[in-house]
Design a protein around this ligand. Structure first.
Ligand SMILES: [Zn+2]
Ligand SMILES: [Zn+2]
Length: 121
């Protein structure tokens, strides 16, 4: 075997490695692009879901609509401060009722409430 065969083989090997490397890099790029596309698709779906979902019916008092009666008064139990220290920071609590008088949060669109028709009997 002459020396130029060795050179040729060396170049072939080197060339092949380069091609394989390029191919691998291209594959990786394509894979990354695919991942990016998948992520974009998921983000889009999540955005649509968030847009279609009605806002949480939570009142300004911080309690859910379900905790409010039909008059709008809140029935959630809260901690009422019963004692304060010198800096007016509450130091003791006892369970009390939320003082909220009216539900002011968003109304769920899917809930329809109809009065009972018992008067018609
Ligand atoms: Zn409330
Ligand atoms: Zn409340």
């Amino acid at each position: 075997m002459s020396w130029y065969w060795l050179v040729l083989i060396f170049f072939c090997f080197g060339g092949f490695t380069k091609i394989a490397d390029t191919a691998r890099k291209a594959m990786r790029t394509r894979h990354k692009r695919k991942l990016e596309l998948l992520k974009a698709e998921r983000d889009r779906r999540e955005a649509i879901e968030a847009a279609n979902k009605p806002p949480e019916p939570v009142c300004g008092c911080g309690h859910h609509l379900a905790k409010h009666d039909k008059q709008g008064k809140c029935h959630e139990t809260v901690e009422m401060p019963t004692a304060w220290d010198a800096e007016k920071k509450p130091v003791a609590y006892e369970p009390g009722r939320c003082t909220c008088q009216q539900y002011v949060g968003p109304q769920p669109l899917t809930t329809f409430y109809a009065e009972d028709l018992t008067d018609l009997a």
